[in-house]
Unconditional design. Structure first.
Ligand code: UGA
Length: 313
């Protein structure tokens, strides 16, 4: 099978590429190496992807020749996008619209014309729910984003579903709940906490630290993508990919302190606009329809991430 991974130099994209190549698939990866975080880290991610069977294309989805990219491709994993819940206000919003909404719409138009395409898996986000009314939140609960980022992820998800309904583009959307593990983006909580702890710097917590997250280990997210690509699902389907943890940032810091074997220097700063109080997804649908189960608990996953950043554990 030949697959296209957009955002291949990112956290999830590069992990997915490694798994697919190890299974003997051919992978075309596209990434524009934006500077939201150090592009040097993205180049390091690319260097972890074996060369055999892999073709890298350094282009932006908003300008690339997508028909050429999709030629001979059976499955698209659309991981590219502008991430970051807390930075999506003000002038930066235009970047989120370009990278998340316009690029996805352009990809969907090209997907309509792609003769060999069997599945397009879109990396959606738990941020579409905002502060949900019910926990664990299920896919049928009404989305109500709490950040401009969440608005763009939801808009792109709706585009995927309506291209499926109107034009039979075989889309599936996976709502990832805070993905972590080795290779995590450097702006995300666990990566920042671990690097600060290892360097003996203070750990910065936004707000009270009582915010709760359903954290999901990266290998489990990769597995969800593979299942969504290969199993029969109704076009336009939406699935939560939620690790099943319901743990606060303060509780995470207790676990981390146990791994570090010492007390951590924690400083609390202002809460940040756009940050939700809690995420928690029901994984019933993906379990039932795709046979997916989370396999890594937070302590084991955090240990793996700690080791990947140079810590002993
Ligand atoms: C993450 C990703 O950044 C989004 O791209 C993704 O779409 C989203 O998950 C999702 O699940 O949809 P977030 O939950 O904010 O967003 O992930 P983290 O950056 O790991 O933050 C977790 C919590 O830790 C947040 O409440 C945040 O405010 C807090 N935090 C983060 C801190 O207290 N200090 C930090 O230095 C970083």
């Amino acid at each position: 099978m030949t697959v296209l991974i957009t955002g291949v130099a990112g956290f999830v994209g590069s992990a997915l590429a490694r798994r697919l190549l190890a299974a003997g698939e051919s992978v075309v990866g596209v990434d524009s190496l934006t500077d939201y975080y150090d592009p040097g880290l993205k180049k390091e991610n690319l260097a972890t992807i074996p060369g055999e069977g892999f073709t890298f294309v350094g282009q932006d989805l908003n300008t690339a020749d997508l028909d050429a990219l999709l030629a001979g491709v059976q499955v698209v994993f659309h991981e590219a996008g502008q991430p970051g819940v807390r930075k999506s206000w003000g002038e930066d919003f235009a970047t989120y619209v370009d990278a998340n909404v316009l690029a996805t719409q352009r990809l969907l138009e090209a997907a309509r014309r792609a003769p060999d395409l069997r599945r397009l898996v879109y990396a959606s986000s738990s941020s579409v729910y905002g502060n949900a009314q019910v926990y664990p939140t299920s896919e049928d609960d009404v989305p109500s984003p709490h950040s401009p980022y969440g608005v763009t992820k939801l808009a792109a998800e709706h585009l995927c579903t309506l291209y499926a309904r109107n034009f039979d583009v075989p889309t599936v959307s996976l709502r990832y709940f805070t993905v972590y593990g080795p290779g995590q983006r450097p702006d995300m909580a666990f990566n920042r906490f671990i690097r600060a702890a290892l360097a003996g710097r203070p750990i910065e917590v936004y707000g009270s630290g009582e915010q709760i997250r359903d954290f999901t280990f990266v290998d489990d997210v990769v597995t969800a993508n593979l299942l969504a690509a290969t199993n029969p699902v109704p076009p336009g389907a939406v699935f939560n990919v939620s690790g099943g943890t319901s743990i606060s940032v303060n509780e995470v810091l207790d676990v981390l302190s146990g791994i570090a074997g010492r007390r951590l220097d924690v400083r609390r700063t202002e809460a940040v606009a756009g940050d939700v109080v809690r995420t928690g997804g029901s994984a019933d649908r993906i379990r039932r329809q795709l046979g997916w189960e989370p396999t890594v608990d937070v302590e084991s996953g955090l240990r793996a991430q700690w080791r990947s950043l140079g810590g002993d554990a």
